[in-house]
Design a protein around this ligand. Structure first.
Ligand code: SF4
Length: 217
């Protein structure tokens, strides 16, 4: 039977069960941003293949991507799926970075709400991708919401309102300290929990670290 519990309680239980996740798996801020675009609607293993090909073609640089022929860029990132759409989104993001000086550090002084609006103005960058970039590439305390987050809250009986992106994000950002390291780890733990245990079909409720506080398990 479920009972009242805090977001910190959920975090503690997930951390104890899975340990620190050390996200985001990338060597630079730019790689994190590229990964945030390529991971849309695909598994991370496909993103890794596309990243390897970008690296092999010396394309882990905004200016290099912009000067690379679009058709060839599509071919390079093909393993990530939806490669034409993603190629256009990647180029849009690179244009945004280059117009801003080409170096992510140039954005350090831009307030988070303003930077978020700027990212959202790039075609194809939606709230989840923008917030992933803000959190993982710019270390801004912005909680990233994805389908794993919504499913978990729903199963825990804690989905706010209609479960929209901003409602779920508000829940976390009001309920936790504005700490980018905490938001980073929390999101990573929700993802691993959603992949390994709280799956869409046939969740593995027996032995779940949240079983005691879950309305569904
Ligand atoms: S008990 Fe089951 S439904 Fe609830 S969080 Fe765990 S795996 Fe998900």
């Amino acid at each position: 039977m479920s009972r009242l519990f805090s977001l910190a309680d959920i975090f503690g239980r997930l951390l104890e069960a899975y340990g620190p996740q050390h996200w985001w798996p990338a060597d630079s801020s730019f790689e994190m941003m590229v990964g945030a675009v390529l991971t849309q609607n695909t598994a991370w293993s496909n993103v890794e293949k596309a990243m390897e090909r970008l690296r092999a073609n010396r394309l882990l640089d905004a200016a290099a991507i912009l000067s690379f022929p679009e058709e060839k860029l599509c071919e390079v990132i093909r393993p990530s799926g939806y490669f034409r759409v993603k190629s256009a989104r990647l180029r849009g993001l690179c244009r945004f970075l280059v117009d801003g000086g080409g170096n992510p550090s140039r954005f350090e002084k831009v307030p988070t709400p303003e930077l978020r609006e700027q990212l959202l103005s790039v075609k194809g960058i939606g709230p989840e991708t923008a917030d992933s970039i803000l959190l993982y590439a710019f270390s801004r305390p912005v909680f990233v919401v994805d389908s794993y987050t919504v499913r978990l809250l729903d199963r825990l009986g804690r989905l706010p309102g209609k479960g929209t992106y901003s409602e779920v994000q508000d829940l976390f950002m009001r309920g936790l300290d504005p700490d980018s390291a905490l938001f980073n780890e929390y999101h990573a733990l929700v993802v691993i929990h959603g992949k390994e245990r709280c799956r869409k079909k046939n969740p593995l409720c027996e032995g779940c670290p949240l079983h005691e506080i879950c309305g569904k398990g």
